[in-house]
Design a protein around this ligand. Structure first.
Ligand code: ADP
Ligand code: MG
Length: 437
């Protein structure tokens, strides 16, 4: 279970933080239902508790642990002279080389309609760094596989060209490195590090917005690499033109090569991803269960994987066979407690309650005034908040045609402009689930 907790932590902190704080943490076992972890020093323990305690608890909850409690125990030993003893370790002057996550390869990347363009472009770049598209700019929503693709390019290029120097860096890390380089008067080292690579992978470049010094420095890094024919790969949650307060000279450079987006995966792709993940964990799941889970989480693959992990942990702890019903109860509280993406069921239930009807009424064929409008509102909200496609929503509402859903969402969209009461209702719902999409 600790391995899974670590996976979760790894995805939510920078790799420098991870290496600094979690590399030396050892699971000691379960005492009284609480996970006990060995840490090298009490300083490290305090630090982890304070800064990452909530993350560990979150991971435990997601994994279906009975209690999110954990205890840290100091186990000194081989680690005495480790950097972890020094408070300075928080801002390592020469950050360790950011490694590529071995899990993020092309082999483990499922291609579907939403990401096939980005995948093809990434492949082309990996096959011929600096020659295909330069830079390659991939944008798309959270948890849709941008980072995964980027690492895959790095792995692939390394396999093909063993000499190639690949550097992966999040924009945050780039910024932090820059700041600490300035502070410690090590700009030469900083420049050397980023300008001497053959392939630079810069993740989440939207965070460069508003950071003048970082933009300035990155501009020169970009030029040096570009002029030398080195490959640059960038990801962002939005296209360059929508990154506000981005210097125009950088924006135009981001647009020099190829810009491609990643769209949320359709149902089939989500099922395929779940299937692959389950198989990798040696778990067999029926088509119904896969489909059930895939329908619950439509817009974020990380959430999708989280749900699956949770389900597998639940099943192995309780020893039951996973049926759609079991999946439903295993995941129900997950969707309610852990700040997960809001589900279609949840929206349906809330809208039904608001209008004093039942969820079944909304799914029924009934056309009375009392259910038609609430049904349209529910469709509209589901469309806005879950990223489910029109056919999926139609299916969810008792097998209606996608044109019906389209009509409903357009209708509500129009009414919102005219009907203040409706607008309040809809906005109330949206804010209730804000940040959970
Ligand atoms: P982003 O960087 O766009 O926020 P990530 O690359 O971190 O998203 O992806 C989130 C999670 O979903 C990762 O665990 C990743 O492996 C997985 N994932 C995303 N897209 C795919 C895909 N097409 N096939 C398999 N796994 C995927
Ligand atoms: Mg990412």
């Amino acid at each position: 279970i600790w391995e899974n907790v670590l996976d979760y932590v790894r995805e939510n902190v920078t790799s420098v933080e991870f290496d600094t704080w979690f590399a030396r943490v050892k699971p000691l076992g379960l005492t009284g239902g609480a996970l006990e972890l060995g840490v090298p020093t009490s300083f490290a323990g305090d630090w982890i508790q304070k800064h990452y305690g909530h993350l560990i608890q979150e991971a435990l909850l997601r994994l279906g642990a009975q209690s999110p409690e954990f205890r840290l125990k100091v186990v000194p030993g081989e680690v005495v002279q480790d950097a972890i003893l020094q408070e300075d370790a928080r801002v390592p002057a020469a950050a360790p080389r950011t490694r590529l996550n071995p899990k993020y390869t092309f082999e483990s990347f499922v291609v579907g309609p939403g990401n096939s363009m980005a995948h093809a472009a990434a492949m082309a770049v990996a096959e011929a760094p600096g020659k295909a598209y330069n830079p390659l700019f991939i944008y798309g929503g959270v948890g849709l596989g941008k980072t995964h693709l980027m690492h895959a390019v790095g792995h692939y290029a390394r396999q093909r060209f063993p000499e190639i120097r690949v550097e992966y860096v999040s924009t945050e890390t780039f910024t932090n490195d820059l700041i600490s380089a300035i502070r410690s008067d090590r700009m030469n080292q900083f420049r050397e590090r980023y300008r001497s690579v053959d392939m630079l992978l810069v993740d989440d470049v939207q965070f460069i917005a508003g950071k003048e010094r970082t933009q300035e420095e990155f501009f020169h890094t970009f030029n040096t690499l570009y002029e030398d024919g080195k490959q640059i790969l960038l990801t962002s949650d939005r296209p360059p033109r929508e990154i506000l307060t981005l210097e125009s000279r950088l924006r135009s450079r981001f647009e020099w090569g190829l810009i491609t987006d990643i769209q949320p995966p359709d149902l089939e792709t989500r099922i395929a991803i779940l299937k692959m993940n389950a198989e990798r964990r040696g778990v067999q799941l029926s088509e119904e269960v896969l489909e059930y889970v895939a329908r619950q989480v439509a817009s974020n693959i990380r959430e999708l994987e989280g749900a699956l992990m949770r389900l597998i942990a639940y099943a192995s702890l309780s020893g039951v066979t996973i049926t759609p019903k079991v999946a439903q109860s295993a995941l129900a509280d997950l969707f309610h407690t852990a700040g997960e993406a809001v589900t279609m069921d949840e929206i349906l239930a809330a809208v039904a309650e608001h209008y004093g009807v039942t969820p079944a009424d909304l799914k029924s064929k009934g056309r009375s005034k009392e259910v038609v409008r609430p049904r349209q509102v529910a469709m509209y909200l589901i469309r806005q908040l879950t990223g489910a496609s029109l056919p999926e929503i139609g299916q969810f509402f008792g097998g209606r045609d996608h044109t019906t859903v389209l009509y409903a969402t357009q209708k509500i969209g129009k009414l919102l402009a005219e009907d203040a009461e409706l607008r309040r209702t809809v906005e109330g719902f949206e804010s209730r689930w804000a940040g959970r999409g």
